[in-house]
Design a protein around this ligand. Structure first.
Ligand code: NAI
Length: 333
């Protein structure tokens, strides 16, 4: 018997990440090749004309799993009965804008969307925030959706993880799928800590520590970290637009693993509500290594962090505390 369609919302649906992401979702890459879908597409009123074009193209893709498409500028319609939410739309940073101004614009957007999720979405909806500042936007969204568990709000650091994995694979000269368990700690910003010290590389029939495979600790602590931290800026410099294809792929990876789980012994990085593990501040959305089973993530425990790691974890944790304080100041103003 065929499964019932599930409703999935993508916000910022007329934007560039959504343009790749919608196709991936609608053809079954995220929820599986047997799962029919109803896609809800949210954007702002001035973008409704562009969105109409996206709807036409989705129809012209003639995708068997896509049962219907609901384009809208109304969060109430967009979040009605959704089982999964990709919150991609956000206020972009404009020239001369301070971080405070950016946070202030986004707090307003994620407050409205949190309230709409709270009232209209399924109570077990899985929410992935992609729009920046992703970690703090996820925190705010969750705050305004008290009837949905905090664990259901996550922020995307999977693109950073994929970038880190690709850097290691290129350095060791193995296919990217041979690299596992590389971690992104902290904020999806330039303070993030890409950490390969618990990673493995599959070579000659067995998993060996990534540190041994790379054989260059100085590179792992300098060029590797900086390349991953600054990769977004490098793509903008080259493309004159921000990462979109790779961001869409990462959003799909994040949600697919959240629904389907991680294999034994493997973990992925996700921005999740912090319980203070590894000395991270509590109650910020912090990227940790997580393993996933039955749709629930758990922070991987017991990894040993050295002084270098502790220092970088501290820096990114402090940035998240500052962002939270600034966001709360906007809410309470
Ligand atoms: P884009 O500017 O092409 O599209 C954003 C879309 O969001 C626009 O169509 C805009 O009208 C819409 N939007 C704005 N406010 C909205 C609201 N209140 N409700 C619904 N839609 C709204 O931007 P792009 O390239 O698709 O990026 C989207 C976001 O993702 C940006 O904030 C970007 O910084 C972030 N990003 C995050 C990454 C991550 O790793 N977490 C990686 C790459 C981008």
């Amino acid at each position: 018997m065929e499964s019932e369609p599930i409703r999935v919302v993508v916000t910022g649906a007329a934007g560039q990440i959504a343009y790749s992401l919608l196709y991936m979702i609608a053809k079954g890459d995220v929820f599986g090749s047997e799962q029919p879908l109803i896609l809800h597409l949210l954007d702002i009123p001035p973008m409704m004309g562009v969105l109409e074009g996206v709807v036409m193209e989705l129809s012209d893709c003639a995708l068997p799993l896509l049962r219907s498409v609901v384009p809208t500028d109304d969060p109430v319609v967009a979040f009605k009965d959704v089982a999964a939410a990709f919150l991609v739309g956000a206020m972009p940073r404009k020239q001369g804008m301070e971080r405070k101004d950016l946070l202030s614009a986004n707090v307003k957007i994620f407050k409205v969307q949190g309230e709409a999720l709270d009232k209209h979405a399924k109570k077990d909806v899985k929410v992935l925030v992609v729009g920046n500042p992703a970690n703090t936007n996820a925190l705010i969204c969750s705050r305004y959706a008290p009837s949905i568990p905090k664990e259901n709000f996550t922020a995307m650091t999977r693109l950073d993880q994929n970038r880190a994995q690709a850097q290691i694979a290129a350095k060791v000269n193995v296919p990217v799928a041979s690299v596992s368990n590389v971690i992104i700690w902290g904020n999806h910003s330039s303070t993030q800590f890409p950490d390969a010290s618990h990673g493995t590389v599959h070579m000659a029939g067995k998993d060996i520590p990534a540190r041994d495979a790379v054989g260059d600790d100085v590179w792992l602590r300098t060029a590797f970290v900086e390349t991953v931290q600054k990769r977004g800026a490098a793509v903008i410099n080259a493309r004159k637009m921000s990462s979109a294809m790779s961001a869409a792929k990462a959003a799909g990876d994040h949600m697919r693993d959240w629904f389907n789980g991680t294999p034994p012994g493997k973990f992925v990085s996700m921005g999740v509500i912090s319980d203070g593990s590894y000395g991270a501040p509590k109650d910020v959305v912090f990227s940790f290594p997580v393993s996933i089973k039955n749709g629930k993530w758990e922070i991987v425990q017991g990894l040993v962090t050295d002084d270098f790691a502790k220092e970088l974890l501290d820096v990114t944790g402090k940035e998240l505390l500052e962002e939270r304080a600034e966001a709360i100041a906007v809410i309470e103003a």
